[in-house]
Design a protein around this ligand. Structure first.
Ligand code: F6R
Length: 592
């Protein structure tokens, strides 16, 4: 969580920092701050609230030779002004912005307090800046002080640091991502490429435990042993990095409507000239395995449930899907030759990194399904498949979910050698597009449910997995309590909650379970529930709320998820919430 940006030698640097922070605020948005370095003076502006708010605190004309900025998702300490970054050292010499977590920070803080260091915030980041300042007093050399701090502190960090009187911007990194953007007579730094892509397409990816500095027309990077390393320049696919609203009122709406293009791009990438385009060794390893273990969180976990069903039904390989934060504390490896699949849009989710560290001890083969190349999980997994969804800005995941499921399906199709599946995905695209025309019906449902206390989603089979995702999406952005219940489970308890006018949203697209599900619909109706049925043509009845053209059953999560996403979107909108930035959340969850 948290986004950092920095620049040196950049004309209109303030503009880059402000726009950069707005671009990165999907990483956290409860407070923001900026520090300007001009020779030996540093000015800091920060507060709880938005980047726009902080910008309004900065005097017109304020600019700096080096500037650093931060947008925060609070981990240690409330979102208020003193806990906002940048943080200044006790002696006023160093200022930093930090994304990550300092482990055992209370211990470090206690030791620094004993040495006479004073603190102004409750954050772990302030420990870092004070430690560097203290080591500098002994070493008289910033790089040595940084190295010493890195040797002392365990944890994750992407840090940009300025030092009074030096026209330089120092960087250090472990676990949390940090990129340097190389310009003509200026250099940039940011948590990811998106804020920098307007200005350069030459990047350096800092490795773990690397540190160094950027100057106007120079940079140097060192490894943990203090040796200078020569870094490869990389470029990024601009269309996958850049994000703007393109006329949409919200990223979430834009991203829902991008799903058909995302799926097209994905199929065209992994299915070329009527042949699947996957690493042969990966396919072989999957074929040789006797169990697939999926690990994911939230939406990605929901995608893994659908993927598990694909592997079991189409390949007859048993699977187990686990919530990463649960599995990490009692790891299970069913089978003799398990193959581990991590699913993570961001590739930075701390719970999954925890799991990966466990898996590494066993030497099992690992695959990551992700939207973020170069991420921590990608670097740690043996194989990686990119879902090609482009940056997903809205905190609520939509296009990434559809793409994760489609990716899993293509992988299974490739292992099976079944060309028909890729064709069927492409044939279903007009059906996904047609959901856009059903928005008015979806808005009507949103207007009915928006003032309810509690909502239920029910379904069986694929529809149950979709219910889980639909329910998460609704609660995440509309703050309405909602629950997903497998149709058959209703009478084992949850039906007690159904009373007059309780909204029940039914996904009714699974042919295999249709007869049983019809019974469940009647059960809740007869207890007074206000039922909204989303059905496919073959299963539909008069009075259903949304009827979707027929498609092969297994495509349900890819197609019908758009209905769930629109419903969450319009419900949140009708309640006047910030759809793209729901309270208490952040896009990449880099803390456990
Ligand atoms: C919900 C959502 C989250 C993420 C979860 C895992 O809309 O986006 O539930 O799916 O935090 O994130 P990744 O996929 O980045 O590991």
């Amino acid at each position: 969580m948290c986004g950092i940006v920095g620049c040196i030698g950049k004309n209109h640097g303030r503009e880059y920092i402000i726009n950069g922070l707005k671009t990165l605020d999907y990483r956290g948005y409860d407070s923001a701050g900026i520090a300007f370095l001009k020779q030996d003076s540093i000015s800091i502006y920060k507060d709880a609230g938005s980047v726009e708010h902080v910008n309004s605190l900065i005097p017109i004309g304020e600019d700096g030779d080096a500037i650093i900025g931060h947008t925060r998702w609070a981990t240690h300490g409330k979102p208020n002004k003193s806990n906002s970054h940048p943080h200044i050292s006790f002696d006023g010499e160093f200022v930093l912005v930090h994304n990550g977590i300092v482990e055992r920070f209370a211990e470090h803080k206690a030791s620094l307090l004993k040495q006479g260091v004073t603190f102004n915030s409750d954050t772990d980041s302030e420990v870092f800046v004070n430690m560097i300042a203290l080591f500098y007093k002994e070493e008289k050399n910033v790089l040595k002080a940084i190295k010493k701090a890195m040797e002392t502190v365990d944890g994750s960090y992407a840090i940009a640091l300025i030092h009074k009187g030096e026209n330089r911007l120092y960087v250090l990194k472990n676990v949390s991502p940090l990129l340097i953007g190389i310009g003509e007579d200026f250099n940039l730094v940011a948590s990811d490429a998106s804020p920098m892509i307007e200005y350069t397409n030459k990047f350096i990816e800092l490795g773990d435990k690397e540190y160094g500095y950027i100057e106007k027309s120079n940079y140097k990077i060192f490894n943990f042993d203090g040796q200078e390393v020569s870094k490869k320049l990389i470029s990024k696919d601009i269309s996958l990095v850049r994000h703007d609203l393109n006329g949409y009122p919200h990223y979430m709406l834009k991203e829902i409507e991008e799903i058909p293009d995302v799926i097209t791009r994905l199929v065209n990438h992994y299915y070329l000239d009527e042949k699947y385009n996957f690493d042969d060794e990966l396919i072989k390893k999957i074929k040789q395995s006797d169990h697939i273990i999926f690990l994911g969180c939230g939406t990605s976990y929901h995608a893994s449930l659908v993927g598990g069903r694909y592997f079991e039904e189409m390949l007859e390989i048993p699977t187990a899907s686990y919530i990463a934060s649960e599995w990490a504390f009692h790891p299970m490896f069913p089978g003799k030759k398990p193959f581990i699949v991590f699913i993570s849009q961001s590739g930075e989710t701390a719970d999954l990194i925890h799991c990966l560290n466990i898996v590494k001890k066993y030497n099992y083969d690992t695959l990551l399904i992700t939207n973020t190349s170069g991420s921590t999980l990608e670097r740690g997994c043996k194989y990686s498949l990119n879902i090609q969804a482009g940056v997903e800005v809205s905190v609520a995941s939509t296009k990434a979910y559809a793409a994760q499921v489609a990716m899993l399906l293509l992988l299974v199709a490739a292992v099976k050698g079944e060309a028909k599946i890729a064709d069927e995905i492409l044939r279903a695209l007009p059906i996904i597009k047609s959901i856009k025309d059903k928005q008015n019906d979806i808005k009507n449902v949103a207007n009915i449910i928006k003032d309810k206390q509690s909502i239920f989603y029910i379904g069986r089979g694929y529809d149950y997995y979709l219910s889980l995702e639909a329910s998460l999406k609704l609660k995440e952005i509309s703050y309405i309590h909602s629950e997903a219940i497998a149709g058959g489970e209703l009478k084992h308890g949850p039906i007690a909650l159904i009373e007059n006018e309780t909204p029940v949203i039914v996904f009714f697209t699974d042919n295999v379970t249709a007869n049983s599900m019809r019974g469940n619909i009647e059960e809740v109706k007869s207890r007074g529930a206000r039922v909204f049925v989303i059905s496919t043509k073959e299963l539909s009845k008069d009075g259903d709320t949304i009827i979707i053209d027929q498609y092969p059953n297994y495509l349900s999560s890819i197609i019908v998820s758009s209905v769930a996403f629109y419903l969450a979107y319009y419900t949140s909108l009708s309640k006047g919430y910030d759809v793209d930035k729901p309270r208490n959340l952040a896009k990449s969850v880099t803390v456990e």
